[in-house]
Ligand binder design. Structure first.
Ligand code: CUO
Length: 674
């Protein structure tokens, strides 16, 4: 029954009302209410609403109008979600949750509603078993250009005059050529990646699972700040791998807030309710006629954010002040908390019992920022979030044009914009300033000297690893697999220095393996990657439904909550038609030393733990995230003759191996920079 609440969140619930009761009689629903989520093709759902709930919503919640962006980067918006979540958490049963949600659904911003509901369904143990639709299905307008959606709807309405929801002939509208812009603009040649549904769905899910300001105490996920750093570092690394594949230079960090931003962005996305919503609220500084996401012209400068429709403005000079305070702390080795005490920043701490935090974790919490766990929110500010907001409002910073915020303000759409990667490369640069203060790893820290790995071979989608275990007994190891381009773009054919290549290593997989004595052959299919989730399930099911005809089942667009995970189809960078040389790096470490004691026995939502952690449990790896590439490599490996350290120098250690792999792009469409 809950599924119906996610149906067209911008439209009113279909309700032949009797008093305060909404009756969904699905076969009788009007044409414009085809239940996309299937389930009860026949039958009646009765929902009892309570008008007093909507009337009691705090002003902060109702101040965010429907039909406009809801931004987790804006603190008031986050606090509004806190209010809604606290209300919904009072539900004791699924039926109560459904009734409460239906009571407020039309009175609050659609994204705020969906976010709060997803949050409660995921975090409240009473509701964990419920399946929810994919975010793509709830908000197709965040993923698909408005003209394509219009065409699809026109075609469906045309075919569907007789209201046959089990129609035999599927309507297929194809789009994939230029996405939001033309390929004559080089940046647009990456749009297939930036505008990929899986990439953006992952980002939404990640920020849903690791929210700011909404959790306190034990409910805060393990190593949230560090994972903020690591997951976004990996996004930027993956994007750079992809750029190098098509011959584009690596992303340049956005480090000067006064320079114009050369690349504009025009998403072609429209708010779905633009025409139908009669509930549009008049808010100072927002024009109810604004129907599209804000756009950004080329060479736009950032300005102070002074919109009237939020309570907290921010100046560019404040961003710079916060940046300087963060960097001061990083270089001094400590932050100052509210009480005026020093909070030391070091990654060399024991985190086993959960009482200590690494420096990278503290910086992540403070920089992102989460006011509940920041070292000092009032002092170190809210740099990362407000960076998103200042960029997202740069086309209309004071709101006097009545334009919506741009896509940088919302996690379902932010990764579409080229400037996202420039901002996050800058964010990562600050984290790397910290990592550079940490001692380099020693050979002892990265070696695992009693296991020697003889040979590595790689086939598409299968790793074959031959290991000789000479420890004299069986041994549990953590197998860590990374990939990076071998050559720089500088035109030389010498392998990249590790200092340059270090931040290009993308995690491909990490798993536990029990080595027997002597020779072992580990065969690992790429489909089991700890980084990805099988996003294609959605399409496979769709295809089966199309082929099978009238089988509109609830499986079709359902998805359990564990939607966080890099899309599997983008696990490997695209490479080049003539082949592009990458290096595959495999490392084994002692699992006994690296395992984390877990809080609970059950392992739910553990499918993509590398970037998403495990629901309600400790992050399943004691090492700093990104190990061993998060710090500079051991200096001892340099010899007087070999001043330039490469991955080959590191991989001389017995528990590692590096192997060249050539990735060939075999597709037909071929955007390149050339
Ligand atoms: Cu995910 Cu800035 O944190 O986009």
């Amino acid at each position: 029954d809950i599924m119906y609440l996610f149906e067209r969140p911008s439209d009113p619930l279909y309700m032949p009302r009797a008093g305060n009761t909404i009756v969904f009689n699905t076969p009788d629903m009007p044409d414009n209410f085809a239940p996309r989520f299937g389930g009860t093709a026949e039958g009646t759902i009765t929902v009892t609403t309570d008008a007093s709930l909507a009337a009691s919503l705090p002003p902060l919640v109702t101040s965010i109008p429907r039909g406009h962006p809801y931004s987790l980067n804006i603190r008031e918006h986050r606090l509004a979600a806190k209010d809604v979540i606290e209300l919904l958490q009072q539900a004791q049963t699924v039926a109560q949750l459904r009734d409460m949600a239906a009571s407020i659904r039309e009175d609050i911003n659609e994204t705020l509603f969906v976010y709060s509901m997803f949050f409660v369904l995921a975090r409240n143990k009473r509701f964990r078993g419920l399946r929810v639709p994919t975010i793509l299905e709830v908000f197709p307008d965040r993923f698909i250009p408005s003209n394509v959606l219009d065409s699809a709807r026109a075609a469906v309405n045309c075919n569907n005059n007789n209201r046959n929801i089990n129609q035999e002939t599927p309507v297929v509208i194809q789009y994939n050529q230029d996405f939001s812009g033309l390929h004559s603009r080089l940046e647009n040649r990456l749009a297939y990646w930036r505008e990929d549904y899986g990439v953006n769905a992952h980002h939404w899910h990640w920020h849903l699972v690791y929210p700011n300001d909404l959790l306190v105490g034990k409910t805060i996920p393990d190593r949230k700040g560090e994972l903020f750093y690591y997951m976004h570092q990996q996004i930027v690394a993956r994007y750079d791998n992809e750029r190098m594949s098509i011959g584009l230079p690596r992303v340049v960090k956005l480090d000067n807030f006064h320079d114009p931003i050369p690349d504009g962005y025009f998403s072609k996305l429209r708010f779905d309710n633009a025409d139908s919503n009669t509930n549009r609220v008049q808010v100072p500084g927002l024009n109810p006629n604004a129907t599209h996401w804000g756009t950004r012209q080329d060479n736009t400068r950032l300005s102070n954010y002074t919109r009237l429709n939020t309570f907290i403005p921010v100046d560019i000079s404040e961003l710079e002040l916060w940046r300087d305070r963060l960097l001061d702390g990083i270089h001094q080795g400590f932050f100052i908390n509210k009480a005026g005490n020093r909070v030391p920043l070091s990654d060399e701490v024991d985190i086993t019992d959960g009482t200590n935090k690494r420096g990278i974790d503290i910086i992540g919490d403070t920089f992102e920022a989460d006011m509940n766990i920041s070292a000092n929110y009032d002092f170190y500010g809210d740099l990362h979030n407000f960076g998103h907001v200042v960029i997202a409002s740069s086309h209309d910073p004071d709101g006097t044009h009545g334009e919506n915020l741009g896509v940088m303000s919302e996690s379902t759409v932010a990764m579409r914009d080229p400037v996202f990667y420039r901002w996050h490369k800058y964010v990562d640069w600050i984290f790397q300033q910290y990592k550079a203060t940490q001692p380099t790893y020693t050979v002892q820290q990265v070696a695992c000297s009693r296991i020697s790995l003889q040979h590595l071979n790689h086939k598409p989608f299968d790793y074959h690893i031959l290991v000789n275990n000479t420890t004299g007994g069986s041994k549990q190891v953590y197998v860590r697999i990374f990939l990076a381009p071998k050559f720089s773009q500088s035109g030389t054919d010498a392998p990249m220095r590790l200092s340059e290549q270090r931040l290009l290593w993308i995690e491909m997989d990490k798993f536990v393996f029990l080595l027997k004595v002597g020779q072992n052959h580990i065969k690992r299919p790429s489909s089991q990657s700890s980084v990805t989730i099988p996003g294609e399930i959605t399409f496979r099911d769709l295809e089966q439904n199309i082929r099978g005809g009238p089988q509109r089942t609830s499986v079709m667009w359902s998805y359990n909550f564990c939607g966080c995970g890099w899309p599997h189809h983008l696990l490997v960078p695209r490479g080049r038609p003539e082949g592009m040389t990458f290096q595959l790096f495999v490392m084994m470490t002692d699992y006994e030393q690296d395992r984390m004691p877990q809080r609970e026995g059950s392992r739910q939502c553990a499918g993509a733990a590398s970037y998403c952690g495990v629901l309600d449990e400790r992050y399943p790896d004691r090492r700093p995230m990104g190990f061993p590439f998060d710090r500079l490599p051991p200096r001892e490996l340099r010899t007087p003759q070999e001043q330039v350290l490469t991955i080959e120098d590191l991989a001389r250690l017995d528990n590692m191996a590096v192997h060249d792999v050539v990735i060939r792009f075999l597709g037909e469409e071929l955007p390149t920079a050339a």
